[in-house]
Design a protein around this ligand. Structure first.
Ligand SMILES: Nc1nc2c(ncn2[C@@H]2O[C@H](COP(=O)(O)OP(=O)(O)OP(=O)(O)O)[C@@H](O)[C@H]2O)c(=O)[nH]1
Ligand SMILES: [Mg+2]
Length: 374
């Protein structure tokens, strides 16, 4: 893991809901902030766009523009991702199929104070559906590099497809792309493990607001279908995880919230768009990495303090050396404090946890509670 960077990768073919999920991130963590905890323990968790990279060229580097100008540019670009209730917008208000890879770097803000960076890319799902397409080879290589460097993988699993093939696990695997994910996931694990980093894996059941989802699926808050995903659809993927140390979960998400589309899945006029569980999915994805970065900072501070103790003498050179170390300790301490705030904010999610638990499933629910608490 690059020191303060946490990389999240979405994994899913064309139409699985990546761009819409991304739109949900912007809606719930950039336009709005997630508020956790109550009273004095109240914290806000949000993101701020830092840089945006498209097809190997940065067009919104930090240095390119300053302050308000940069912020306006970022806001304009990110707004394009937001789902619209304007009937004239093509594709029923959702974005069109992605053709180009684009990578976003965000500052994670806790009570408006940056604590680390989150990197996430949106790409053409066709890269996953048809990796043999030569024209897109460089994009595919880039995508694989990104995946191998990830701290968290979010597997996109289309709940509308799942509902269409209920009781036919083979068809669900084939149509959702789970078949492919099961084949490649063990390799992802090996690749991401090279740096001894924790890897968080989350299966996001997308589009769970859809009117096409039968009530019986929704009734148990998707618990039954989550068990099927765990026991059979993604059994090979889950089998490659270490259930004791890896963080993992299954979460139903929606980019828009219920009651906002018509029968053709077009956004209705005056829709009240409220993404569901997307911020939770992101916070869950970064939780283990935050703990790891924090532990690394603490270790660094300790070793610098040890170093400081060993330096003796009163010459100008010695004084400068000591001053340098003290400066490093002070910087690291500031970063450590911001990360502690972040960890505390995440643990505040326990207040809203009953709701989160209802919406998040794994065979042992307390496991997720512990991951978030860590
Ligand atoms: N009702 C509902 N429909 C959704 C949701 N997310 C995605 N969809 C539908 O699924 C379609 C495809 O979603 P995208 O987010 O564009 O899929 P993608 O993974 O980015 O696809 P590519 O860009 O082709 O790789 C959208 O146009 C919507 O029709 C959701 O949360 N709710
Ligand atoms: Mg897309």
């Amino acid at each position: 893991m690059e020191n303060n960077k946490i990389r999240i990768s979405m994994l899913g073919g064309s139409g699985s809901g990546k761009t819409s999920f991304f739109s949900g991130i912007i809606h719930s963590m950039i336009v709005n902030a997630k508020i956790v905890g109550k009273g004095a323990d109240r914290s806000s968790i949000s993101l701020n766009a830092k840089s945006i990279k498209q097809s190997n060229s940065y067009f919104l580097e930090e240095e390119d523009s300053e302050g308000l100008v940069r912020s306006m540019n970022n806001a304009a670009l990110l707004s394009k991702y937001l789902i619209s209730d304007d009937p004239d917008v093509p594709n029923g208000g959702f974005g069109v199929s992605t053709t180009d890879s684009i990578e976003f770097t965000f500052d994670l803000l806790i009570n408006n104070i940056p604590c680390c960076e989150i990197v996430i890319a949106d790409y053409a799902g066709e890269l996953i559906d048809d990796p043999s397409n030569k024209a897109m080879k460089s994009n595919l290589v880039q995508l694989c590099t990104n995946i191998a460097e990830s701290d968290a993988i979010i597997i996109m699993s289309d709940s509308v497809i799942i509902s269409r093939h209920l009781n036919n696990n083979f068809s669900i695997q084939k149509e959702t792309g789970a078949q492919m994910i099961n084949m490649i996931f063990p390799n992802i694990k090996t690749a991401t493990r090279k740096n001894n980093r924790p890897l968080t894996t989350l299966v996001a059941m997308t589009k769970t607001d859809s009117p096409r989802i039968p009530d019986m699926m929704r009734k148990s808050n998707f618990a039954n279908i989550s068990s099927t995903l765990f026991d059979s659809i993604y059994s090979k993927t889950f089998a490659s995880m270490d259930m004791n140390s890896d963080s993992w979960g299954i979460i139903p998400v929606s980019a828009i919230g219920r009651g906002n589309v018509d029968d053709d899945n077009y956004i209705i006029e005056n829709a009240n768009i409220q993404p569901e569980n997307i911020d939770t999915a992101i916070i869950f994805s970064i939780s283990s990495s935050i703990s790891k970065i924090l532990a690394d900072k603490e270790k660094n501070i300790k070793s610098l303090e040890e170093e400081l103790k060993k330096i003796f003498g009163f010459t100008a050179k010695v004084r400068t050396a000591k001053e340098n170390i003290r400066k490093q300790i002070s910087e690291l301490t500031t970063q450590k404090q911001a990360l502690e705030q972040c960890r505390n904010a995440i643990s505040q999610m326990n207040d809203i946890f009953p709701q989160t638990i209802n919406n998040m499933h794994c065979p042992n629910i307390t496991e997720i509670g512990e991951v978030v608490k860590k």
